[in-house]
Design a protein around this ligand. Structure first.
Ligand SMILES: C[S@@+](CC[C@H](N)C(=O)[O-])C[C@H]1O[C@@H](n2cnc3c(N)ncnc32)[C@H](O)[C@@H]1O
Length: 236
């Protein structure tokens, strides 16, 4: 098997060794096949909604010698799994809003799994907000670059104490905001540019709602600048 991409490798590294896992939206099934090939998990379920991706998943598993350890299923989100059937559930490469919708379809069932690894391709903010409202803690947030794209991975688990995220924490991620490295700075600059552009488009509007929005972007810009300046301090 070819080496995993940095994105899939980072996800694989977060799966708990020795425990079963399910890959929701598995497509090529590379993640569960890698984990089984390297004897990192004892059993896996690869689940797909789309016809083409399901056929791809099935073909990839059939051409491996791991068919006794991996089941391929077709269906929507967690509906293909029994409650608590696997320890870890991975949802990678889906939109943050799709991941949130999969969880919200049946929070009781979602709450029966031990650990979740999410890699939202877009709209991570929707997922963070949903987790916060539901009281699922964000245990780890990893930022990396793959193929010149920023990738965010969120590790969570069922919980029941809702918490508040401020707008910057929702959009960028509280764990990422706490980090101090060059990649984080590059990531924050991307948001700085985006917010600057939006603020410039809003600030001269005479409409009250646009002024309010402009103010919220100005606040986010000020905070981002503070964080960037603080993380730029040389260390002695
Ligand atoms: C971009 S692929 C990601 C494949 C793989 N997980 C990865 O990260 O490389 C996203 C896959 O999620 C599947 N998908 C989308 N919504 C789904 C859902 N509600 N339930 C299961 N699979 C879904 C799509 O069919 C697609 O194959």
């Amino acid at each position: 098997m070819d080496p995993l991409s940095p994105r899939l490798q980072a996800i694989a590294d977060l799966v708990t060794v020795g425990q079963s896992m399910a890959d929701i939206g598995s497509d090529h099934a590379r993640l569960p096949l890698y984990l089984l090939e390297n004897r990192l998990v004892p059993r896996a379920v690869a689940s797909e909604l789309g016809d083409g991706p399901y056929r791809r998943t099935l073909a990839a598993v059939r051409s491996s010698n791991l068919q006794d350890y991996i089941e391929v299923r077709k269906g929507d989100g967690l509906q293909t799994l029994e409650a608590g059937e696997t320890d870890t559930v991975v949802m990678a490469g889906l939109g943050g809003d799709s991941i949130a919708a999969i969880l919200a379809h049946d929070w009781n069932k979602a709450g029966s799994f031990r650990k979740f690894i999410f890699q939202p391709m877009t709209r991570a903010s929707v997922l963070r907000q949903t987790l916060a409202e539901r009281g699922w803690p964000i245990l780890q947030e990893i930022l990396l670059q793959d193929n010149n794209r920023f990738v965010v991975i969120i590790v969570s688990q069922p919980g029941s104490t809702p918490y508040r995220l401020d707008p910057l924490e929702t959009e960028i991620g509280c764990e990422i905001l706490k980090a101090d490295n060059n990649l984080k700075r590059e990531y924050l600059f991307k948001f700085l540019e985006k917010y600057t552009r939006i603020y410039a488009g809003l600030k001269n509007s005479s409409r009250q709602e646009k002024q309010l929005l402009a103010n919220s972007y100005r606040d986010k810009l000020e905070r981002l600048e503070l964080i960037l300046n603080a993380s730029h301090r040389p260390r002695y």
